[in-house]
Design a protein around this ligand. Structure first.
Ligand code: V47
Ligand code: SF4
Length: 374
């Protein structure tokens, strides 16, 4: 096969967009260090030496789910021993914990409960917002928004507007998995399809919400599915520009229906970070989610295209149910150490990539950080 690397290198230096074939070449044939070197050029053009983190907390209000995605170890049947559902007092307690820790963001996603109506999910957002109006609520994926539209028989726009009125501030990137139906139908046949995923992000962007995007890799997909996934995201970003960060998610097989598949290696993880940085030329940020990658690979990823490591997290369940060995949360001091040792400058950001000006647990939001770079 032709060595496309010299052409790709020229294009990267000139800030030109890479094609599907070039992406496939990078994924299937490029040497890890070439990939990292090229991705690092783009990473430093876009974000200089900064490496972002945030002070956040997770809330998964229920693990009960009507669906049975093959890669999911988090879900529970309605009557299962591990099934749980938060009540109002538990939600308030989690928000108080976030306040004491000085979190700027609460990340909320969960299962689709067989018996809960739309108002229950709306109340999750309302209760958080009432308890502490200043905390940014990043919540729900298109899988949930699509489910709420189904429950209420209303449009996606209507559901999103109700959520925004209740206090929703942005949306995380989950539920994307792999967009190509050839793979999607095998790993999560029943839940929101690719069209719904994009319809929800399109509507969210048009309503002024910022959102993230993800890709679940290391299961049944092949290189061509990954490149197709990244190009579909790039095309949506050209249309609406509302994506902030892309997060490649490494499949964790333990306790899932795909437990026979080995977990992706560190090399694969770094390749996916670099590949996404190179293909997603219109995304400002690539996140190396330390909870999922492990601290060591997350540190390395900061030189392979990533500029963000997510946050303090606290109470992570989705990856720990699937065998993650990382702690469930981390201190700011430790995140600083990881970033500094990797040769980068730690910058605390809020969800919308504005600077956080901090005095212990109290904080104020400053200017957008990237304005200082370009
Ligand atoms: O949609 C579920 C994935 C996602 C497994 O936007 C799994 O800032 C690997 O989207 N192995 C939810 N992955 C997590 C997510 C996320 C995480 C951190 C930050 C942000 C953000 C978003 O986790 C799901 C699914 O793709 N997932 N089970 C598993 N066993
Ligand atoms: Fe349910 Fe989400 Fe797990 Fe699928 S990934 S089974 S929709 S909780």
């Amino acid at each position: 096969m032709t060595d496309l690397l010299p052409i790709i290198e020229q294009k990267v230096q000139a800030g030109e967009r890479l094609s599907f074939e070039e992406g496939l070449f990078l994924d299937e044939q490029a040497d890890l260090h070439d990939l990292g070197r090229l991705a690092n050029i783009v990473r430093e053009q876009k974000n200089g030496n900064f490496a972002y983190y945030n002070t956040n907390i997770h809330l998964n209000p229920t693990n009960v789910c009507v669906y049975r995605c093959d890669f999911c170890a988090f879900r529970a049947d309605l009557k299962a021993e591990k099934a749980y559902t938060f009540d109002e007092a538990m939600i308030r307690e989690r928000v108080e914990e976030a306040r004491q820790q000085g979190a700027t963001e609460i990340h909320v996603v969960g299962g689709l409960h067989h018996l809960k109506k739309f108002d229950w999910y709306l109340d999750v957002i309302r209760v958080i917002h009432e308890t502490w109006p200043e905390i940014h609520i990043k919540a729900w994926t298109p899988v949930e928004i699509g489910w709420f539209a189904h429950l209420t028989k209303q449009s996606i726009e209507w559901v999103l507007q109700e959520m925004i009125d209740a206090g929703l501030g942005s949306m995380p990137g989950g539920g994307a998995e792999i967009f190509d139906p050839e793979v999607r139908e095998k790993i999560c046949e029943h839940k929101a399809d690719t069209k719904v995923w994009f319809d929800v992000h399109d509507a969210a962007h048009r309503l002024g919400l910022k959102t993230n995007a993800t890709m679940l890799y290391g299961h049944l997909e092949e290189a061509r599915h990954r490149i197709d996934h990244l190009i579909r995201l790039r095309e949506q970003q050209d249309k609406t520009g509302g994506f902030q960060t892309f997060i490649p998610l490494a499949f964790h097989p333990e306790n899932t229906n795909l437990s026979h598949i080995p977990k992706p290696t560190g090399v694969m993880d770094l390749r996916m970070i670099a590949l996404s940085r190179l293909m997603l030329d219109n995304f400002d940020h690539i996140k190396a989610y330390w909870i999922m990658l492990g601290e060591q690979i997350a540190q390395m990823a900061l030189s392979y295209g990533a500029d963000d490591i997510d946050g303090t997290v606290v109470h992570e369940i989705i990856y720990h149910d699937a065998g993650a060995k990382t702690p469930q949360g981390q201190t700011v001091e430790h995140l600083h150490r990881l970033i500094r040792e990797a040769g980068r400058e730690p910058v605390e950001r809020d969800t919308l990539y504005r600077q956080v000006i901090r005095d212990g647990a109290r904080w104020q939001i400053g200017e957008p950080i990237l304005a200082g770079i370009s």
